[in-house]
Write a protein that binds this ligand. Structure first.
Ligand code: SAM
Length: 326
């Protein structure tokens, strides 16, 4: 039986019973994983023809880049030699869905990109391929996770990448208006982990959700300070509670009127019912992975980011440092 808290959440998300039941079912019966790979250089044609598959019909009219492939069900790309060699980075299809608004952003050449919550590195690597940044600053506050992040960025040879370990408040204070694109893939209650068969006790509990919601508001508000006028801020989570998604955005837009949420045309089928302005939700019963939330925000004005960045704030270049020397 789903818990009272989960039933309450499902009722708030889905007015209709059939979809509500499909959602509840998907949390109880994990579906097989849907994986994708981001090629870090030219795709390997042999591997590609043996292990990848055309995008599912729901994604077939997306602006699909050559550096991204959907993996054939059952293939485990993380165990392949090409993975170890850094030829690709493997991630859940719903992470691709969440990062895909980066495709529609128009940036100046060689934009500056900040990933505030970066480990283990999937969104940073996606941003590197989608935006070709002249500078990518991948930040992670937890030391152990910073090591994994550095390892992944180094393994994949991500160019122009630096890592840092600053609290978002320090990023906001030390790097005002310094970035054209900022990603906040926020720490969350992780309710979508259940759909992967991973136990996550307490993830629907009000205390857990409220704790995450407060932290997300703080991170988003600080991250916003680093966005240059005319720049973009992408907010994503992998959880379902409105308090961690639409309500965070609502709170943010009310106190930061220079930002507005913008349409992402290829995500139109996933438009959230819980806000009038654009925000998007993927649910596990829709068959594209664990699910998540995405909202693309734009700051009014025009860029590019021109504020200088002091070398000591920039952190550590990825190519020259070994992960354990941070
Ligand atoms: N973007 C990553 C990717 O695509 O691989 C996943 C990020 S994960 C959803 C959220 C990250 O936020 C975790 O690495 C976590 O350590 C970090 N985090 C936790 N508390 C934080 C805080 N107070 N401020 C910023 N980041 C935090």
């Amino acid at each position: 039986m789903p818990s009272r808290l989960l039933l309450n959440l499902a009722q708030r998300l889905f007015p209709g019973e059939p979809e509500r039941n499909a959602f509840l079912q998907s949390l109880e019966t994990p579906a097989p994983e849907r994986r994708a790979v981001i090629w870090t250089g030219s795709p390997d044609p042999t591997w590609r023809s043996a292990h990848t598959t055309p995008p599912p019909p729901e994604l077939s009219d997306w602006p699909w880049p050559r550096w991204l492939d959907i993996v054939t069900p059952g293939v485990r790309p993380g165990q392949d030699d090409l993975h170890e060699a850094g030829a690709f980075y493997s991630l859940d299809v719903s992470s691709i869905w969440a990062a895909s608004p980066l495709w529609i952003i128009e940036t100046p050449p060689s934009p500056r990109v900040l990933d505030v919550c970066a480990a283990p590195g999937g969104k940073s690597i996606f941003a590197s391929r989608a935006l070709a940044p002249g500078l990518l600053l991948s930040n992670e506050v937890i030391g152990k996770r910073l090591g994994i992040l550095r390892h992944n960025l180094a393994r994949c040879g991500i160019p122009h990448a630096f890592t840092q370990r600053l609290d978002p408040a320090d990023l906001g204070a030390q790097l005002p208006e310094a970035f054209d694109v900022v990603l906040v893939d926020a720490p969350c209650s992780g309710q979508s982990l259940l759909t992967k068969g991973i136990d996550n006790p307490g993830c629907f509990h009000t205390t857990v959700v409220q704790h995450n919601s407060r932290r997300q508001r703080r991170i988003l508000a600080e991250a916003a300070r680093t966005v240059t006028p005319g720049g973009h801020l992408l907010y994503t989570t992998c959880t379902f509670s409105p308090e961690e998604n639409e309500k965070v955005i609502g709170w943010f837009l009310q106190r930061t009127p220079e930002f507005r949420a913008i349409e992402v045309p290829h995500l139109a089928p996933w438009r959230s019912r819980l806000r009038d302005d654009p925000a998007y939700r993927l649910f596990p019963h829709q068959g594209l992975g664990a699910g998540g939330f995405a909202c693309l925000l734009r700051r009014e004005g025009s860029g590019p980011a021109s504020t200088g960045i002091a070398p000591e704030v920039l952190g550590y270049p990825v190519e020259r440092n070994r992960p354990d020397s941070h």
